[in-house]
Ligand binder design. Structure first.
Ligand code: PLP
Ligand code: COI
Length: 339
């Protein structure tokens, strides 16, 4: 595509050539279908529209220097989509069907995979929702699985530069025994008001505290949180946050770099003790945190004064990206080459 400005992509919707679809009807999944239509014809009583029976995923494909296109940990996304489907009683997508649909969507849109030099990637968005009509509150028996793709740049406009986050006790994203650990649309609807308030005040995202006690760090809007101190990578353990595949990968890479790693409850006060902090996720990659403002108490936590990311965050970022783009070996089998 000659008219795409690969260097300056943001994280926004762009039409590509094809999407892939698959229907679940009469108790079974059908064949993968290819469509060039951006629209879906949905029944007005679909449970996905009324009762939030919807889940999605997000993963990326990267063009290497060698011209090969690499998917990062697609099996993990397949498993998480399976768990989300289980969590809100939707038809579960077999792992291989999910992977086949993702690969097909990438192959059909190869011309949209950003070139290696751009540092951008092809974002893949699988989604699954209740498409059958049902007006009583119970799961439907018809589902549509769709995979579409688009080339993207950084999620936070700062890219790999420190961003600022806001803490507020006026909003919860997910209830303690609710759906926070699933990637379901309702969690994101619940985060819109807080997110827009944060944006209007100049923050990149909300750093949520746990909904029950407001004592522990949960996660950062669309990404997990980590802090680094005393050569240790620390990330919250919570039942109401999304189990981030990026975070899981960073824990492994941190260990490989000789850091200790801890996944445990992170009390709010501990923010004061971190030397570095960041948000991590597929879209966010690593977004270093420059400052966190608690807008209820007026307290501020500063991690970067010079506009530069911390040293260890940078090392982790470089290592992760090197594996994703195929610049360095893939010792854990995280990569699937799209052939
Ligand atoms: N937390 C939330 C709420 C998210 O939406 C995401 C994005 O997928 C993440 C964390 C990061 O997860 P992953 O690294 O698997 O993309
Ligand atoms: C991702 O990182 O893939 C996400 O889904 C985050 C956000 C765009 C919702």
């Amino acid at each position: 595509m000659s008219n795409i400005d690969w260097q300056n992509l943001s994280f926004s919707y762009m039409k590509t050539d094809y999407n892939v679809r698959c229907w679940y009807r009469n108790g079974k999944w059908g064949e993968l279908e290819i469509s060039s239509d951006e629209h879906i014809n949905v029944h007005m009583a679909a449970t996905g529209l009324h009762y939030g029976q919807e889940a999605f995923e997000g993963l990326k494909a990267f063009m290497g220097k060698d011209g090969k296109v690499r998917l990062f940990r697609v099996e993990e996304n397949a498993r998480r989509m399976y768990s989300s489907a289980e969590g809100i009683m939707m038809a579960k997508i077999p792992e291989q069907l999910f992977i086949d649909a993702v690969i097909k969507a990438v192959k059909l849109n190869m011309r949209f995979v950003p070139p290696y030099e751009s540092g951008a990637a092809l974002y893949i968005r699988p989604l699954l929702f209740g498409a059958g009509p049902k007006i009583g509150v119970s799961p439907t028996d018809e589902y549509l699985f769709v995979v579409f793709v688009m080339p993207v740049g950084p999620y936070f406009k700062e890219g790999f530069k420190p961003t600022n986050m806001m803490i507020s006790r006026q909003f919860d994203r997910a209830a303690p025994l609710g759906t926070g650990k699933y990637k379901v649309g309702g969690n994101y609807a619940a985060s819109l008001k807080a997110g827009e308030l944060a944006h209007s005040k100049g923050y990149a995202a909300v750093l949520y505290l746990d909904s029950k006690e407001k004592k522990y760090i949960d996660e950062c809007g669309p990404a997990n949180f980590f802090g680094i101190k005393n050569n240790t990578y620390i990330t919250p353990d919570s039942d109401s946050i999304l189990p981030s595949i990026t975070n899981k990968s960073l824990i492994q890479l941190a260990k490989d770099m000789g850091l200790k790693t801890e996944r445990r409850k992170v009390p709010l006060e501990e923010l004061e003790t971190f030397e570095e902090a960041g948000a991590c996720g597929t879209a966010a990659v690593i977004s270093p945190i420059g400052r966190i403002d608690d807008i209820d108490t007026g307290k501020t936590y500063i991690y970067s004064k010079d506009g530069k990311p911390g040293q260890l965050s940078e090392k982790l970022y470089n290592k992760l990206r090197a594996i994703q783009y195929g610049d360095e070996p893939d010792p854990y089998g995280w990569i699937t080459i799209v052939e």
